[in-house]
Design a binder for this molecule. Structure first.
Ligand code: BES
Ligand code: MN
Ligand code: ZN
Length: 504
């Protein structure tokens, strides 16, 4: 398997800025910030920084970059990076500034950078965000290229964070950032891998090995066990494929778990989605190798929970299968019986995610989950509604939804709540079964969520639709293109915050 990411060493240092030893020295600069506290900086740049400020060539607007030389300083290459207005600084912005700086370092084919924390940045939050951002920059999905016109990527191997004191809670913040960044990249690696190598069986093996390394309990149900549990919806989707389905089950059971709650995470694990008999058009079908990104997020978030000792019991369930149009494939008009017993008329075989998630949610409940979150590349309609920057959030009760929403905010995974009024359920009516698996074009993301809700057993439940956010079509200054690892940090942050929502 080709390398798509590496974790650099990240260290704290209290050395003076001028003595930091790296190939690129990154100094975030707020608007109206003349860096007066960085003694000798302007002189080291030969007055270049002051002149750029004076003529308005550098204003400190977020993501501006001024590359200047610093003569006499240990690191000669300086990157002044705009950080926006000091009063508006967020972890999200700092994460992106570090990612942008890391990408700028790699673009220059350099392998080490130092980032300076500035007054006005809360040290622990900044250390975590900078660490995450730097690691997120160390991803490159173009891993199958050969030949000389595309030289192999350069990886960051050393990152230093300059703080005023390395003591207190900063080492823990760094460790958090390191684990969250690394686990995000691990999920990106899974999403990036082609459908024919990352089959359900291979995804299950990968999950087992990630779980083992992180210290999670793990188990994989095969097609026979899935049939014994009567998971008719998962089996229905798997029928058109030569590859057998798998149900991946992970458990995080820490000694310090908050009492009385079990977080149940369910991730869509469609390793390739052709649409089945309701086959998709050829254009962009290649993108459907990432239809297991929700499952990858659950696996990798749980690895982060184990490594960070998140204080909550957590069960992860990933129904994994291909969606193929084979000779035995489920046909439009077929009726499937879910493990829960409810019947479903398959109107469109391309609406397969909600089917496998329904059986997955049922299984998470059976294993004792009290609070549910599912994550899925579920609907094109969600991409139409919210675009490629923002995941859709659906769920109930409002307080649970809000806890998850705030976790997305801490994680830097943009999300926005969508309505799930009962009125929309009309659209899922079937003549002959309990409901249909599609509700037509209007409000397609919402009817999909309402379908899944039928399998939440009335527990607090949130559904995160990451169809638009799992893959970045274009690179941004702060984000390489390709798999994003969306939802990994959200789910981990949610688990770390269990004490807050356990009273729900
Ligand atoms: N995996 C797709 C959703 C998707 C679409 C993800 C575009 C990323 C980009 C899902 O299984 C699907 O095909 N959904 C259908 C549902 C429809 C048939 C009701 C869709 O959105 O078109
Ligand atoms: Mn589909
Ligand atoms: Zn799908």
């Amino acid at each position: 398997m080709p390398t798509v990411h590496r974790t650099p060493s990240v260290t704290l240092t209290a050395a003076p800025t001028r003595a930091l030893d790296a190939e690129l020295l990154v100094i975030p600069v707020f608007e109206n910030d003349d860096l007066a506290d960085e003694a000798g900086l302007d002189d080291a740049t030969g007055g270049e920084f002051g002149r750029a400020l004076a003529r308005g060539a550098f204003t400190g607007k977020a993501f501006e970059l001024l590359a200047v030389a610093a003569s006499g300083w240990t690191t000669r290459r300086l990157a002044l990076v705009g950080a926006g207005r000091q009063a508006e600084v967020t972890s999200d912005l700092l994460r992106r500034i570090a990612a942008m700086s890391g990408l700028a370092t790699r673009d220059r084919r350099l392998t080490s950078m130092a980032i300076v924390l500035r007054p006005g940045m809360a040290p622990a939050a900044a250390v975590q965000a900078f660490t995450e951002g730097a690691i997120l920059a160390n991803y490159d999905g173009a891993s199958y290229k050969t030949g000389t016109d595309s030289p192999p990527p350069v990886w960051l191997d050393r990152v230093q964070l300059r703080v005023s004191s390395t003591a207190g809670d900063l080492p823990a913040a760094l460790e958090r950032g390191l684990v969250l960044g690394e686990c995000t990249n691990l999920a990106r690696e899974l999403s990036n891998e082609p459908g024919s190598t990352l089959t359900p069986r291979v995804l299950a093996e990968r999950a087992l090995s990630i779980a083992k390394t992180a210290g999670l309990r793990a188990e994989v149900l095969d097609e026979k066990q899935i049939a014994d549990l009567r998971m008719g919806m998962l089996l229905g989707v798997a029928r058109g494929s030569a590859e057998p389905p798998r149900m991946i089950v992970l458990r995080h059971e820490p000694k310090n778990a908050v009492k009385g709650v079990v977080l149940g995470l369910v991730g869509k694990g469609i390793t390739f989605d052709t649409g089945g008999i309701s086959i998709k058009p050829a254009d962009n079908m290649d993108k459907m190798k990432d239809d297991m990104s929700g499952g990858a997020a659950v696996v990798c978030a749980m690895a982060a929970m184990a490594r960070l000792g998140a204080p909550v019991s957590c069960i992860g369930v990933i129904p994994a299968t291909e969606n193929m149009p084979g000779g035995r494939a489920v046909k439009p008009g077929d009726i499937l019986t879910s493990a829960e017993g409810k019947t479903v008329e398959v109107i469109n075989t391309d609406a397969e995610g909600r089917l496998v998630l329904g059986d997955g949610l049922w299984y998470a409940r059976r294993l004792g989950a009290t609070h549910l979150v599912d994550v899925a590349t579920l609907t094109g309609a969600c991409v139409v509604a919210l675009g490629r920057t923002t995941s859709g959030l659906f769920g109930t009760p409002a307080a649970w939804l809000e806890h998850v929403r705030r976790a997305t905010e801490r994680a830097g995974d943009r999300s926005w709540p969508m309505p799930i009024f009962d009125d929309y359920k009309e659209q899922l009516k079937s003549e002959i079964a309990d409901f249909a698996n599609t509700g037509g074009r209007p409000a397609g993301a919402i009817t999909a969520a309402l379908f899944i809700k039928e399998f939440s057993g009335g527990l607090p439940w949130v559904h995160m639709d990451i169809a638009g956010t799992a893959w970045a079509e274009e690179s941004k200054p702060y984000q390489p293109k390709g798999a994003t690892g969306v939802a990994v940090r959200t789910l981990a942050e949610l688990a770390l915050d269990a004490a807050a929502w356990s009273k729900l």
